[in-house]
Design a protein around this ligand. Structure first.
Ligand code: ZN
Ligand code: ZN
Length: 417
């Protein structure tokens, strides 16, 4: 068996790994769009045979989780290449595709089931449901020719599914020849090595504090696809006696997940349909999307009449509309619940200025979707792979200082397992 990492040995995101069996059959693990590429940039497919034309030697593409930097180039692949992904991840992407052209509605050939092995050509693939900021995310054990490769995908140990991380440490895959491990938090500055991250439960308490201390509306700006965060804000809303308001995109994504996740019909959960989404529904003629909201739908007038009753979990673009309609003013607050780097880009700067002009306080409550170095060391200690290959890191050269048995490879290079 041999491996070629097309992208990911020297950057965070854009993961793509090609694995070839001794008989020449191949499987591709993740087909991500690099994070540096804005939506306007045309990113070519990696140089792997069979992505754009029929090639029986390419057995399939296995997607670990529904983040753009892991599936984002799928739209360019010929429809006859079988794709494997989690069932909820697939329906989440389908739900999101109505709202955003970067999302894809795929027709998977098979779905990941936690702990259940399945075959893709000569490869036996065992998915491990894991803890990450994307919903329905998996690490993958790939076996072929008597060799075993463990691909961590994106993983953490401090989210709402931290039990899964602990279960992996307690009962890891055995006899792993190669572990391909993400190292988002392996950074060039060694001072960050000991950094630990707040849990979602920590965030919940901080949200409760803000909600109780604020007399007006509170808008939490986050990703609808970060289901852990949706749960956190919903729990904080209920503990503070407020109703949670999401947008049509948020409620559609939630509907794609399992029934224990807050969605239509849950108490104190309301839906506000912003102008842009009203236009989208009108243009598509899919009026059922708003009709089915029923009593859960809430309009700007009702929100503006009693802003202190509500907390929003919405994209940042909705803030401007909430201010224009008098829902959000200087008695309210905005909480940034995304990576702080986005706050420093052009639209983040504009948002900060917009809020400052209106004396609306802005704070940040967020935790990383990726494991601390300390948790990664625990993972390596549990799996004890013969060889540890760095991926999904901006400082792969530092792995050797932090973990045993590190073997680095470059993008595009074939190497034997
Ligand atoms: Zn990633
Ligand atoms: Zn991810």
């Amino acid at each position: 068996m041999r491996i070629r990492i097309h992208r990911g040995t020297a950057e965070i995101g854009g993961n793509c790994v090609e694995i070839e069996a001794g008989d020449g059959q191949r499987v591709i693990i993740d087909l991500g769009r690099p994070l540096w590429a804005s939506s306007a940039v045309d990113v070519p497919l990696p140089d792997a045979e069979g992505l754009t034309h029929h090639d029986p030697m390419l057995c399939g593409i296995v997607i670990s989780h529904p983040h753009l930097d892991h599936y984002g180039l799928l739209g360019k692949v010929s429809a006859d290449v079988p794709v494997f992904i989690g069932a909820e991840a697939s329906s989440l992407l389908r739900a999101a595709s109505f709202f955003s052209p970067v999302s894809v509605a795929i027709k998977p050939a098979g779905y990941h089931v936690h702990g259940e092995s399945s075959t893709v050509g000569p490869f036996t693939i065992t998915p491990y449901l894991n803890d990450h900021s994307a919903f329905d995310a998996y690490s993958l054990l790939i076996q072929c020719d008597g060799r075993r490769v463990f691909y961590t995908g994106d993983i953490r140990g401090h989210g709402r599914k931290s039990r899964l991380f602990e279960a992996l440490l307690a009962d890891p895959p055995r006899d792993v020849d190669v572990m391909l491990m993400e190292g988002t938090h392996v950074r060039s500055d060694p001072a960050t090595d000991g950094e630990t991250f707040e849990t979602e439960a920590d965030l919940e308490m901080r949200f409760v504090d803000v909600l109780k201390a604020t007399s007006g509306a509170v808008a939490v700006l986050g990703s609808a696809q970060n289901i852990d965060r949706l749960v956190t804000v919903y729990r904080a809303a209920r503990r503070s006696g407020r109703q949670l308001v999401v947008d049509l995109y948020g409620i559609s994504v939630a509907a794609a997940t399992r029934s224990t996740i807050p969605q239509l019909g849950f108490p104190d959960l309301r839906v506000y349909v912003p102008q842009r989404q009203r236009v989208l529904v009108k243009d598509s003629g899919e009026f059922n999307r708003v009709k089915e909201l029923g009593q859960a739908r809430v309009y700007a007038e009702e929100l503006a009449a009693a802003p202190s009753r509500y907390v929003f979990y919405v994209p940042s673009s909705v803030v401007f509309e909430l201010c224009r309609s008098g829902v959000l003013d200087s008695t309210g607050a905005v909480v940034w619940s995304l990576w702080s780097g986005y706050l420093r880009d052009g639209s983040g700067e504009r948002l900060q200025q917009f809020l400052a002009e209106r004396s609306i306080p802005l704070s940040t409550i967020h935790t990383s979707g990726h494991a601390s170095v300390v948790d990664l060391q625990r993972l390596v200690g549990a799996v004890r792979p013969d060889r540890l290959v760095p991926m999904h890191s901006g400082a792969s050269s530092r792995f050797v200082e932090l973990f045993p048995n590190v073997e680095r490879h470059d993008d595009g290079e074939w190497w034997d397992v």
